[in-house]
Every structure is written in C-alpha cells, then in structure tokens.
Design a protein around this ligand. Structure first.
Ligand SMILES: [Zn+2]
Length: 176
C-alpha cells in the first residue's frame, strides 16, 4: 500500500468524527507559527496546536525568507480586513530547532554542491548559530515595511532531544 493510501485511510477515521465545520477562517489565537519542515517538530504535537488555532508555515529551517515574509504580510492584511476596525494583536512565533538540516546547509562543500548540481542557493537559510539566526530573522521582519508594527514577534528554539523550548527572543511588537 502506498503512503498516500495509508494516510487517506487514516483520514477516513478523522472524517467520520468530524466536528470542525464551523471553524472560522481566522485562527482563534490570531497567531502564525513559522517553523521547520522537519518531521520531528510539528507544532500540533510540540505546542498542542488544535485545528483552527494558528496558521502554521513550514520551510527548511523555519527561516524568514522573502517568500515567507510576503505570505505573512498577506495573512496579516487579510486578518486585519476580516477583523474590521480592530487591528491586532497578531502574533508571529518563529521556532527553529536543534539538529536542523539547515545547519548542514552551512557546510560550504554541501552549499557548493547544491548550487552546482541543482542550481539551488541555500546560503541565506543556512544556520550556523541558532540564536543569531533567530535574531536575524526577527530583525528582518522588523525592517520589512510590509509587516505592520503591531505584530508581536518571538523567537524560540525547540530541542529535538528532550522536547523542551528555549526562549531566545521575547515576544514584542515590531514597532515599540
Ligand atoms: Zn530543521
């Protein structure tokens, strides 16, 4: 059986007890979580995020790229439109993690091979120091005119060896 077939079978169970039809489009917690695509760091498990509570964006490393920035900007804009006059608070939580594949991207040999063989440049998402990467990503958001200043941003590191979370950047509005 293919993995698709196996997972669709699991969905049968999910759909047979479905009770989420009335969930609104806006996430209940008015929160976007940006984290790594790594299979070990799913926020539904690590943070107990339930259906309808938060928007989750995942990419290699949980890094703020230009694309991610535009996605977040569009979501915040849409939320503001749907919420009407009431702007914010809207929270963005960036979670990177230990033993991340993006740390391997910091290896110059691997970086060169990726560029050479498949034309992909990973230099901007490579992680050599988690705290620095998180601070850089928050700074990138802070300097982005597309993201309104009332958005509250925090930066966390999840430890894949014991499930704990370390706070690196405390939650604060981009424009204080
Ligand atoms: Zn990762």
């Amino acid at each position: 059986m293919s993995n698709t077939a196996t997972l669709i079978k699991r969905n049968d169970g999910f759909a047979s007890n479905f009770s989420a039809a009335e969930l609104p489009i806006l996430p209940k917690l008015r929160t976007v979580i940006l984290t790594c695509a790594d299979a070990r760091v799913d926020p539904a498990f690590t943070l107990g995020i339930e259906l309808g509570e938060a928007v989750v964006i995942r990419n290699n490393g949980g890094r703020v790229t230009q694309e991610v920035l535009h996605e977040i900007a569009a979501l915040v804009f849409l939320a503001a439109k749907l919420d009407g006059a009431e702007l914010g608070p809207f929270e963005l939580i960036i979670i990177q993690h230990t033993q991340c594949g993006a740390e391997r991207f910091a290896d110059p040999t691997l970086q060169a091979a990726l560029k050479d063989k498949i034309g992909v440049d990973v230099s901007s998402i490579a992680i050599t120091n988690h705290e620095e990467s998180l601070k850089d990503d928050v700074e990138y958001l802070r300097n982005a005119p597309e993201i309104p200043g009332y958005v509250v941003v925090s930066g966390l590191i999840y430890d894949v060896k014991n499930g704990t979370i370390q706070k690196v950047v405390a939650p604060a509005a981009l424009e204080l």
